[in-house]
Write a protein that binds this ligand. Structure first.
Ligand code: ZN
Ligand code: ZN
Length: 333
C-alpha cells in the first residue's frame, strides 16, 4: 500500500471521551470499554494522525457472541474468548471527504434530499399520468358526443385561383458550403458554426476510504475536464435570381356560372428581372347547408358539388370538435 494511512477516530459511548484513535485505542483509555466500530468517524484535516508502517490484514470482525471488534486475523475473541469463525466484518464508514464527519452528515442530507426529490418526481409523474388519462377521456367524450342533424342545401360556390410568380433577385444567407451555384454578389464572413470539447486538464479530489481496522487511506481521484471551443466557418450573404409567388388571380361563381379559370395578365414574359409566369392552380367547390338557421359548409369534388340540388335535404353528423362530417352525408326524401 503506497497511499498514506491515518487513524480513524471514535467516541466512547460509556464515558463520553471523544476523539479516541481507531488503531491505537482498542479500549477506552478512560474507562476501559472496548471500541465500538460503529462509532468510528473520519477526522478533520487538522486532526489527521498518520499511521506509520501499518500492515493491513483486512477490516475488523465482530464477535458473534459479545459483539467485540477483533483484528481480522484473531482466532479467539479478545472480549469473551469465543471462536471467531464465521464472524462478519464491521460496517465501513462512508462519505470520507477531506471534511471528515461533516461530509458524512452532508452525504446523509444529500441522500435524504435525493429520496425526497425522487418522491416528488414520482408524484409529478403520477399527476402527469392522471392528467393524460383525463385529457384522453375528455377527447373521447367529445369525439363520441356527435349529434345527428338534418340539413338543407342553401348555396353553391366555386372558386378558382392561379398563382402568378415573378422572377426577381433575392437576398439569402447560408453557410458557404451550401450556397447555390448561381449565387452572386457574395459577401463572406467568419462566424461560429459549432463548438467542440477540448481536453483542459483534470479535476482531482482526495477520497478517504475506511479500511475497517481503525485506519483509513487517502487516494487522489482525477477525472478529465473539458472546455468548449468555438469552431469557425464561412458564412455567405449573396443574391440569387428566383421565381417566387408574387400574387394570385381569382374567379368565383355559383351553380349557374360555369366554373372558369381567371384571366391572367402577365406583366412581361421570359426570364428577365421582373418577368412573370403562371404558377400553381387551385379550385374549391363549396356547398352551404342550413342547420336550423346555422350555416355549415363542405368542400366537394365538382361532380358531387353539382349533384346536390338546391333545397335538397340531407342527414349528417355534427361533432363538437371536428364539426360536420362531410363524407357521411346521406340524402333524405
Ligand atoms: Zn470510556
Ligand atoms: Zn466475544
Amino acid at each position: 500500500m503506497d497511499e498514506p494511512v491515518y487513524e480513524m477516530l471514535w467516541d466512547c459511548e460509556f464515558c463520553s471521551t471523544r476523539k479516541l484513535l481507531g488503531k491505537t485505542h482498542r479500549y477506552c483509555p478512560n474507562c476501559g470499554a472496548p471500541q465500538n466500530p460503529a462509532k468510528r468517524y473520519f477526522p478533520t484535516e487538522e486532526e489527521k494522525i498518520a499511521v506509520e508502517e501499518h500492515e493491513y490484514h483486512g477490516a475488523d470482525r465482530l464477535c458473534v457472541a459479545c459483539r467485540t471488534a477483533n483484528h481480522a486475523k484473531t482466532k479467539f475473541c479478545v472480549g469473551c474468548g469465543g471462536p471467531m469463525e464465521g464472524a462478519k466484518s464491521v460496517a465501513l464508514v462512508s462519505g470520507g471527504g477531506p471534511e471528515g464527519p461533516d461530509r458524512a452528515a452532508m452525504a446523509e442530507v444529500k441522500e435524504w434530499e435525493k429520496r425526497e426529490h425522487a418522491g416528488k418526481l414520482k408524484l409529478a409523474a403520477k399527476a402527469g399520468a392522471g392528467l393524460l388519462v383525463l385529457a384522453a377521456l375528455v377527447l373521447l367524450g367529445l369525439r363520441l358526443s356527435s349529434k345527428e342533424v338534418e340539413l338543407s342545401v342553401n348555396g353553391h360556390h366555386w372558386e378558382r385561383e392561379i398563382e402568378v410568380e415573378s422572377f426577381r433577385t433575392m437576398k439569402e444567407t447560408s453557410w458557404c458550403d451550401s450556397m447555390p451555384l448561381d449565387a452572386y454578389d457574395v459577401l463572406r464572413t467568419r462566424e461560429v458554426r459549432s463548438h467542440e470539447s477540448v481536453p483542459d486538464g483534470e479535476d482531482c479530489k482526495t477520497v478517504r476510504k475506511d479500511r475497517g481496522d481503525g485506519t483509513f487511506s487517502e487516494e487522489e481521484q482525477c477525472a478529465p475536464r473539458y472546455r468548449q471551443e468555438p469552431v469557425y466557418d464561412h458564412r455567405c450573404r449573396y443574391s440569387v435570381d428566383r421565381w417566387a409567388r408574387a400574387r394570385s388571380e381569382n374567379a368565383r361563381g355559383g351553380l349557374s356560372d360555369p366554373p372558369a379559370w381567371p384571366k391572367v395578365r402577365l406583366k412581361r414574359e421570359g426570364a428577365c428581372e421582373g418577368c412573370e409566369r403562371e404558377g400553381a392552380r387551385k379550385e374549391r367547390f363549396t356547398v352551404a347547408f342550413d342547420d336550423k338557421g346555422k350555416t355549415r359548409t363542405c368542400l366537394f369534388g365538382e361532380d358531387r358539388w353539382r349533384s346536390m340540388a338546391p333545397g335538397s335535404k340531407w342527414k349528417g353528423k355534427v361533432n363538437r370538435l371536428t364539426g360536420l362530417d362531410c363524407s357521411g352525408l346521406t340524402s333524405l326524401p
